[in-house]
Write a protein that binds this ligand. Structure first.
Ligand SMILES: *Cc1c(COP(=O)(O)O)cnc(C)c1O
Length: 400
């Protein structure tokens, strides 16, 4: 018989019932060091006092009003995002997928409003993940997400990750824009090098295309900058943000430069919940902390400690590990083997009291709360070391 909750997820047999800082506590009585953070969401850890206070205060004042009325929290959050990014205007939604899909709509609408209605196609790169709506899976084009859901939405092309010539060759008179993650998250923590991003920016400028960055996973301090594009010096025309933005409260944002935002007049898009007072209170509280003095310096300090530690594990266990990947506190270890090894390491880490998340390309992903301290990094490295020692022993046994 089917479970009442639809069986779309392959869940671990763990129930987390309470969280405190970087730790989550299970109904099994165990304490887990949470380096999954709800998949790069809980940037301030669990039950951060500033977030709790902001949410409680808003809950006692006003939960929800329609976008038929002014929402001061939206104005405040939008002004802060505009002041701290390339963007001139922001639309608030409820999830990463919505934040990305609105970007797709804006690319089309901009071209339409600017005399190019024939331009509607958007190019993505292989290994991309842009969410699970029809347009999301149609742009990501990963078979594990699209199988059985055809026909896919028209208007999405894909080229090989990292190949600028192929990107240029794929452009037709119908191409409207390009979408890319500055670091592929689900795809296996694959960083996009700066030269490639600069090349894509140049192609967009040459052909009159819009450039959209999907920073749903890389944003809100995750890589040690507020948004990852800042490392490359390449600014997009549109940026999608979500995951960390509400620190655990569902909220997304689609940001754009003025000429793109201008195409989105009254009635062109909407969301019942998008940007409601509860979400805005949480996201503003997250920014209070993330934009605070020294916060991103701390992220970068912890990132180098964790990154160096992971490098050390790659050196220590060459039979199991291939390389480290990522930037800031979006880090991965790529395992050797047929593809199942990262899952094995995630399970061993969990058994040792560490939560991490598998990603594509046989990678185990570490996306801890940005508030971790040195002791948490060291604790995580110790647990991984234990799991890796077991895996190395197993590889050795098979070889002998
Ligand atoms: C998680 C993610 C999404 C989808 O976000 P949801 O909130 O699950 O809809 C889209 N793009 C990227 C890069 C992501 O990491």
């Amino acid at each position: 018989m089917i479970t009442a909750v639809m069986p779309t997820y392959a869940r671990y047999d763990v129930t987390l019932e309470r969280g405190e800082g970087v730790y989550a506590f299970g109904t099994d009585g165990r304490r887990y060091l949470d380096f999954g953070a709800g998949i790069a969401v809980s940037v301030l850890g669990h039950c951060h006092p500033h977030l709790v206070a902001a949410l409680k205060a808003q809950a006692e004042t006003l939960w929800h009003v329609s976008n038929l009325y002014n929402i001061p929290g939206q104005e405040h959050l939008a002004e802060r995002l505009v002041a701290n990014t390339f963007a001139d205007a922001v639309f608030f939604n409820n999830s990463g997928n919505e934040a990305v899909e609105l970007g797709f709509k804006m690319i089309r609408k901009y071209q339409y409003e600017n005399g190019n209605p024939e331009r509607y196609r958007i190019i993505s790169v292989s290994g991309a993940f842009h969410g699970r709506s029809l347009a999301g899976i149609s742009s990501g084009k990963q078979e594990k997400h699209t199988k059985g859901f055809g026909p896919l939405t028209d208007g999405f092309d894909q080229v090989a990750f990292g190949n600028l010539n192929e990107m240029k060759a794929a452009i037709t008179p119908e191409t409207a824009g390009i979408v890319i993650e500055p670091i592929q998250g689900e795809g296996g923590i694959r960083p996009v090098d700066d030269a490639y991003l600069k090349g894509i920016r140049a192609i967009c400028d040459e052909f009159g295309l819009l450039l959209q960055f999907d920073e749903v996973q890389t944003g809100v301090g995750r890589t040690g900058k507020l948004y990852a594009y800042e490392w490359s010096g390449v600014a997009p025309d549109i940026l999608s943000s979500a995951k960390g933005l509400g620190g655990g409260f569902p909220v997304g944002a689609t940001m754009a430069i003025e000429k793109v935002a201008q195409a989105m007049g009254p009635g062109s898009h909407g969301s019942t919940y998008g940007g409601n007072p509860l979400a805005m209170a949480c996201a503003n509280a997250v920014l209070d902390v993330v934009l605070g003095d020294g916060f991103l310096d701390h992220v970068n300090d912890m990132a180098s400690r964790l990154g160096n530690g992971l490098e050390g594990l790659v050196d220590k266990y060459p039979s199991v590990l291939n390389e480290t990947r990522g930037k800031g506190l979006l880090l991965g270890l790529q395992c050797k083997g047929d593809g199942s090894e990262a899952g094995t390491l995630v399970a061993k880490a969990m058994a040792g009291g560490l939560l991490a998340v598998p990603a594509g390309d046989n990678v185990i992903r570490m996306v801890p709360p940005l508030i971790i301290e040195a002791e948490h990094v060291d604790e995580a490295l110790g647990i991984l070391d234990g799991g890796l020692a077991e895996m190395a022993a197993e590889v050795g046994q098979e070889a002998s």
